[in-house]
Design a protein around this ligand. Structure first.
Ligand code: NAD
Length: 489
């Protein structure tokens, strides 16, 4: 496996190491060994990035010159296209994506999402006429104008780093904001490339800044607390999301949060492709490290034994077809880190203590190459009150829960702190839509429909977040409304 180029910070138009020259090692999930080095930003580096972004917003025409920013965003998109091999290497070597997964949630889907943003951008409404109104004995004419919110801090996770970085960076830039991108310490390279290519594209200094460091919280907390940062766009765990809301309260920060999930796929008793619908619930893609994955499978009690048999067979057929770096057919590799592996294994132990039955997997697999490998794992005999059914595991662990009827399925799906996504399968579309409408989640797939794409909004109910990313709504998240009223002559 090749090692990655050094990940450099990008601050005020300059690609550079950290002040003082500190670096940290990037550990590859496939081997557990060092695959690259990244600059370890200090507080002074973060401060410099904030100053640069603030200046670029307040003192340049970035926020008002739409043609200029669309042209630069398109130029940057072309450079990302030209660097697809590098992006693919980063997704695989740094984020642990299996080769067969790169095209989906990683590189291709992210770049398609970028194109979707550009396609919906002309629909952004910059003004709205509110007509005139007589009051206090005279007439007033009113108009709303929509303005970029200012300096954005985009704080992102490691699981699908390019997709999430594009989701925030491209929308904020198109809206006219300046930004500081702060990727996770596990995936600094997928952030650093934004700096490198922004420099090549000729972005004005300060419009895009990229900072990262070994400490997961240092830069993020500075950005959240700083009054010069107007909005935090965060994707990550619900725990950190809550802390961001708390810490942002002092400066009444705008916060946009994309958080965790424990989404339910409901296969109703009349599902025409019951076996296929159950089998495709296997949580193996990118080792289950997706916020919107369906990590609870709900099946009718009347067909529970049948579903268990289908899953046992599917997991057995999947067998060893995972965890090989060079196999383009594989869609599952390791989990991101030792810490994450230990966390997932502790949930597997917990599931057994709680009385659930392991019907597949359940073990670490260091024999796959020294990295952080966990077998595709499935628990049956799960009740929805178990912690393995309530907490986000973020690994290749599916739990299977029986339900009595449609009402019971809806109740179980909704008895969750989260509300990010989900699915319903039935031969009767009306029945499936009735159930889908009652699930309290930000998106839901019916009969396998794709509810995630760059031209439609994505986000969570309840503890899964606040606000929407992607699509027109995703760009409008970065705008403020100003109402202007003038007295008619
Ligand atoms: P995380 O919350 O640990 O970290 C996310 C980011 O926040 C990282 O950049 C990290 O360095 C930073 N951070 C950590 N502590 C911070 C603090 N105190 N203040 C500010 N920033 C801080 O999440 P993770 O482990 O990187 O990613 C996994 C989580 O992300 C899962 O819960 C998953 O569901 C969620 N996720 C959600 C979505 C979504 O769209 N809803 C998408 C992908 C991942």
């Amino acid at each position: 496996m090749t090692s990655l180029p050094d990940a450099k910070l990008f601050i005020d138009g300059e690609l550079r190491g950290a002040e003082g020259g500190k670096t940290f090692d990037v550990i590859g999930p496939w081997t557990g060994e060092t695959v690259g080095r990244a600059a370890d930003a200090s507080a002074a580096d973060v401060e410099a990035a904030i100053v640069a972004a603030r200046r670029a917003f307040d003192q340049t025409d970035w926020s008002t010159n739409i043609e200029k920013r669309v042209a630069l965003v398109k130029k940057l998109r072309a450079l990302f296209e030209a660097n697809k091999d590098r992006l693919s290497d980063l997704a695989r070597i740094e984020a642990g994506a299996a080769w067969g997964a790169v095209g989906r949630a990683h590189v291709d889907m992210a770049l398609e999402g970028w194109d979707d943003y550009l396609a919906v951008f002309p629909q952004v409404r910059w003004e709205k006429d509110h007509g005139s109104r007589i009051g206090y004995g005279f007439e007033t004419v009113r108009k709303a104008v929509y303005e970029p919110i200012g300096v954005v801090a985009a704080i992102t996770p490691w699981n699908v780093p390019l997709y999430v970085n594009v989701g925030k960076v491209v929308a904020a830039l198109l809206a006219g904001c300046t930004l500081i991108l702060k990727p996770a310490p596990d995936t600094p390279g997928m952030g650093a490339i934004f700096g490198e290519l922004a420099l090549e594209a000729g972005f004005p200094p300060g419009v895009i800044n990229v900072v990262f460091g070994a400490d997961p919280a240092l830069a993020g907390e500075m950005l959240v607390k700083d009054p010069r940062v107007d909005l935090i766009s965060f994707t990550g765990s619900t725990g950190v999301g809550k802390r961001i809301m708390e810490q942002g309260a002092a400066t009444l920060k705008r916060v946009f949060l994309e958080l965790g999930g424990k989404s339910a796929k409901i296969v109703l008793d009349d599902a025409p492709n019951f076996a296929m619908d159950v089998a495709t619930a296997m949580l193996v893609f990118h080792a289950g490290q997706g916020c919107a994955v369906h990590s609870r499978l709900l099946v009718p009690r009347s067909r529970y034994e049948e579903a268990k048999a289908i899953l046992k067979h599917s997991y057995a057929s999947f067998g060893e077809n995972w965890g090989v770096f060079d196999d383009p057919k594989h869609i599952m590799g390791p989990v991101i880190s030792k810490r994450q592996m230990e966390r997932v294994l502790s949930y597997i132990a917990l599931g057994q203590q709680e009385g659930a039955t392991l019907i597949a997997g359940g073990h670490a697999r260091p024999d796959k190459g020294g990295g952080f490998f966990i077998e595709p794992t499935c628990f049956a005999d799960v009740t929805n009150d178990m912690r393995i059914a309530q907490e986000e595991i973020f690994g290749p662990v599916l739990v299977v829960i029986p339900f009595e009827d449609d009402e019971d399925a809806i109740r179980i799906a909704n008895e969750s702190a989260y509300g990010l996504s989900g699915g319903v399968c039935s031969a009767d579309l009306d029945r499936a839509l009735r159930v889908a409408k009652r699930i309290r989640s930000g998106s839901i797939s019916v009969n396998g429909g794709m509810c995630i794409a760059g031209d439609v909004p994505f986000g969570g109910y309840k503890a899964s977040g606040i606000g929407r990313e992607w699509g027109l709504e995703g760009i409008e998240e970065f705008l403020e409304t100003k109402l202007i009223a003038w007295r008619a002559a």
